[in-house]
Design a protein around this ligand. Sequence first.
Ligand code: ADP
Ligand code: MG
Length: 244
Amino acid sequence: MTAILRAEGLCYSFPGGITALRDLSLTVRRGRKLAILGPNGAGKSTLFLHLNGTLRPSAGRIEVQGQPGSYSRKGLADWRKVVGLVLQDADDQLFAATVFEDVSFGPLNLGLDREAARARVEAALQALNLTDLRDRATHMLSGGQKKRAAIAGAVAMQPQILLLDEPTAGLDHRATEDLITLLERLSADGMTLVFSTHDVDLAHRLADDVALFHDGAVIAQGEATEILSNPALLAQVHLRQPLL
Ligand code: ADP
Ligand code: MG
């Protein structure tokens, strides 16, 4: 098994005292789709902020492609080239006037020349079905389109691993289906995906692997088929078996 990303023994408390991660360990396998499944408040978003170096654990460590994550300026820049993060709320991620400008921001900031940056942006727009919306003002997009634009911005950085925090939250049925199709395609093209959700049916449909979250720790991790067919395990985190 090749771990592309590993967290070991992470502990984290927010200033003010709420403990969000308690000795959390997790392995992300290269090329897989991993669902981080657990109820609200379990620590999923806090974990994601650790997995791209935004938050630093008070104990424990993270390994990126076998190397310890480094919190130096250069270390963090390198880390984020490998691990992309899509926040739950697209409005927290989109800030440029148009879709094209927003998706271009990262590649231009990488120091690529205009042509190379442009090629990445075009590929990302195409991958997320946004070529027709490239000149649209970001604030004019629907929820599903905003989510796709936010993902395109991350994809344009060409990370090895894409973290998506509750990617289908707030999307209607059609937008959810479109997004699932697009994520399947990114995965087929070789990207490792990690997504958080409290939706067992989504985890069942999309994930190869599942990590069950409860109260700041992973209480079980394994193949999705194995974890999601274990009602006793799911009941521990107040979830039912998938319906599909
Ligand atoms: P999830 O994403 O699984 O819903 P979070 O990682 O957002 O869970 O939250 C984990 C715990 O940390 C919760 O108890 C939450 O209230 C707390 N928490 C999250 N963000 C903050 C913050 N910025 N300041 C203080 N406590 C926070
Ligand atoms: Mg969250």
